[in-house]
Design a protein around this ligand. Structure first.
Ligand code: ATP
Ligand code: MG
Length: 392
């Protein structure tokens, strides 16, 4: 069992002077994520390397899985640490490492050493050659292939010595918390959790708002959204989920406006309210799961009408995606199974039989005036009764 995991990160290394901010955020997210496993651990940063030390007994897969949820990580390497840098010891440990990790010895390999300490008596070429020879001697069925080896045994000589050969892919991206905060409109569907994941992957912290319409939408539908937020929070850190009671607003629109325009007008109010909460919580943008042409409310004309009420940027990372691509990501991030549970979301109850697909902004605006009398008060009431759930 490895007790040390070397963390490889790429994109953030490019950020020049901001590098330390990115590394700090990465360390913070690693701690957040490994904490969920419930093992004692320490995250160490030295010489442009980040190590996660887990001294006690633990399940390696659980730790690796936690690290796979941390944006900014491109590779996770379970490492064997030697405190003694005696060369014979390095050879023995390398042979043992190969033996334990590759039961079938019919593999090609190479040794790739890095010597960060120039006072070490052997240079990296010599380490490569001599450790390679020790491995060949122990396992003659192995073969050296310096161009396309199946196994690369990495040896890093620093103040201590690390040996590893497995580089488990991380999620990539940029650590959450380096790119401001945005408000995700989170429904119980497939798309919006994926949209939140994608923006968080670019370093943006996420809060969320869900429009709930009891009794038209059930308690189970609400719970489903909380469950989705919880799955996404494994990547993003704690999510402040705002649950807004939308029933009175929805029924008021239903009573006062043409039914084929219901969805579009409803969506404009969702955006207005989400934006108000965003302003109050230092979010700088909105995020939705919209994708062009997916449904009537997502034609270019409809999106234009929805967008018109937004004064802050709206991020729609799925805008050009096919549904099948979105499903694939939702399966990968494990929101899919929850998303497809059958509980209705608030739009389905009030959907018109023939919603407009090419709404005209001036017409929509005119019909919205039918709502002048009570809407401000209803919006204010909904905002006042905002229920905040901290999901982690
Ligand atoms: P999703 O799969 O994310 O529910 P969808 O394909 O069902 O999306 P719509 O219902 O038109 O599409 O919603 C478009 C976007 O509006 C959603 O991706 C989400 O961001 C937001 N949204 C829709 N309904 C709600 C809701 N009840 N609460 C919060 N946001 C919502
Ligand atoms: Mg939906």
């Amino acid at each position: 069992m490895a007790h040390t995991y070397l963390i490889k990160y790429a994109e953030i290394a490019l950020k020049g002077k901001n590098r330390y901010l990115f590394e700090e955020a990465l360390v913070r997210q690693i701690k957040h994520s490994v904490k969920r496993v419930g093992v004692e651990h320490e995250v160490r940063r030295t010489q442009g390397r980040i190590y996660v030390e887990v001294p006690g007994e633990h399940d390696e897969d659980e730790v690796v899985d936690a690290l796979k949820h941390v944006f900014g990580i491109v590779g996770i390497c379970p490492v064997e640490k030697l405190t003694d840098d005696d060369f014979e010891g390095i050879c023995r440990a390398s042979v043992r490492h190969v033996d334990e990790n590759y039961p079938d010895k019919h593999v090609t390999f190479k040794v790739e050493a890095r010597r960060a300490r120039k006072d070490y008596p052997r240079n990296s070429m010599e380490i490569n050659a001599d450790v390679g020879e020790a491995i060949l001697e122990a396992f003659p069925e192995m073969k050296v292939d310096v161009h396309k080896p199946e196994v690369t045994v990495y040896i890093e000589v620093r103040e201590d010595v690390s040996i590893y050969s497995r580089v488990i892919p991380g999620p990539g991206g940029i650590p959450v918390g380096t790119g401001g905060k945005a408000m995700l409109l989170l429904s119980g569907g497939i798309d919006s959790p994926v949209a939140g994941y994608m923006i968080a992957k670019r370093g943006v912290k996420i809060d969320a708002v869900y429009f709930h319409a009891p009794p038209y939408t059930s308690e189970r539908a609400r719970q489903k959204v909380i469950d989705l937020a919880r799955i996404v929070s494994a990547y993003t850190g704690a999510i402040y989920l705002h649950v807004i009671n939308f029933t009175d607003i929805q029924t008021y629109i239903y009573d006062k406006c043409p039914h084929d325009e219901l969805t579009i007008i409803m969506r404009r109010y969702m955006m207005r309210i989400a934006q108000q909460i965003a302003r109050d919580t230092e979010c700088m943008a909105l995020i939705t799961g919209e994708s062009i042409g997916q449904v009537a409310s997502q034609t270019v004309q409809s999106l234009t009408c929805t967008d018109e009420v937004c004064e802050m940027p709206v991020f729609r990372p799925l805008i050009g995606f096919d549904k099948s691509d979105i499903v694939e990501i939702s399966q990968k991030i494990e929101t899919f199974e929850t998303s497809i549970l059958p509980y209705e979301d608030c739009c389905t109850i009030f959907v018109a039989k023939h919603p407009v697909t090419k709404p005209r902004l001036d017409v929509i605006q005119r019909h919205e005036h039918n709502l002048d009398e009570d809407m401000d008060a209803l919006v204010k009431k909904a905002l006042d009764e905002d229920e905040v759930i901290i999901v982690r």
